[in-house]
Design a protein around this ligand. Sequence first.
Ligand SMILES: [Zn+2]
Length: 458
Amino acid sequence: MSGSENTGAQTASPAGIDWPGVPSLRAAGARELLRQLDDSQWWAPEKLEAAQFRQLGNLLAHSYRTVPYYRDSLKVLDGLRRRELNAEVWSRVPVLDRAAVQQAGPDMFSRAVPKDHGSISEIRTSGSTGRPVQLQGTGVTRLFFNTLNLRYHIWQGRDFSGSVACIRNLSGAMKSSAARGRGQPWAPTMGPGRMVYFDITRPVREQIEWLGEVSPKYLLTFPSNLKEMLRLSAETGFKPDGLAGVATMSETLDPSTRQECRDVWDIPISDTYSTEEAGLIALQCPDHDHYHVQSEHINLEILGPDGQPCPPGSVGRIVLTDLHNFASPLIRYDIGDYAEIGAPCDCGRGLPVIEKIYGRQRNMIRLPDGTSHWPLLSYDKFIEIAPIKQFQFVQKTLQVIEIKLVVERPLSAGEEEQLKNLVNSRLGHNFDLRISYHDYIPRSASGKFEDFRSEIET
Ligand SMILES: [Zn+2]
């Protein structure tokens, strides 16, 4: 993995200490946790579940005792002894939705976070669809985030001395790092590799020029942005020199983008599923395109409309519990995303499988007969009809969908008609499609891009 032999440098010794290298508490903690995770990933599902229920029992007891919100909502479990927690009892714990967390405000915060959980930090979700959620993290939750991030890189066989080019929406600190151009270490406890940043709102042509200049070992960006980079590369014949892997984050990665990355750049691609509220939830399996739930950190349920767990092959809403957040516990939190549960993986890991992540309900199309599904919109088919550079569908009502287009030249009446026919056959209904033309379709404040968005209230 890491090409460096200098253990002093890898463990980020305190200033002035070269030998022997002294690990920081954070580095030592992450390594020790990693050692345990290296073992537990191979546990049988039953053993993982039993360990989870022990930890969940601790979390429930702490939450009931010290968090005002749970004083009421966990009353159903009053009198229960911790060792009695099992799947049946767990299913009686109420599901928590985003609106309840917003309404509870500071009542979601523990009045007595154990001191040895470390300093408390604020978590404020970006709130791209409305009011943000306010939560708190601790040293323990940050340790899990860092350690699972390392596990991901190890699973994907990354070289910790290699550089990473990250194209995303930039926070203040990232902006100044981007301006200085030197970047910062991306896994300082493992190797000297540095991460450099570029602003995702810059034109894709500039992004590609920059990628050519910095010539990184890895690229990290959002799937929608990668898609545009690949499209331009296919047009111009650009291939990033020395790039060994692409990693995506934050949005759902569809199979066609995975395939394009392999076709256009001939480079492997991997993905993670994370949320602002609870960090890394699932990591791509080292051997497959599907994901493994990070059960040592998260209890994840995929529930059907009846509130019961979905069987493999079906799609349901994701309900999760952060096992270690004792500052603002999230217990059976309906995150708003949908996913398909998978069969056990042949790689031998006992961690549950998510076959596919579908994203938000607002990205589902609603048909007049009351059914909903995730639209499969294929860019490849669109450009066979006309020179379309970018598109976004906005469902206005059960019958009306606006198709926003950025084009190289206006479409002829015949092309518009062909496009509408293709879209309606894909969507499975004869919608009233209204095409509008734009110079540019902006990303949301969080940097994410939705190619399908519904404005129908659910
Ligand atoms: Zn696997």
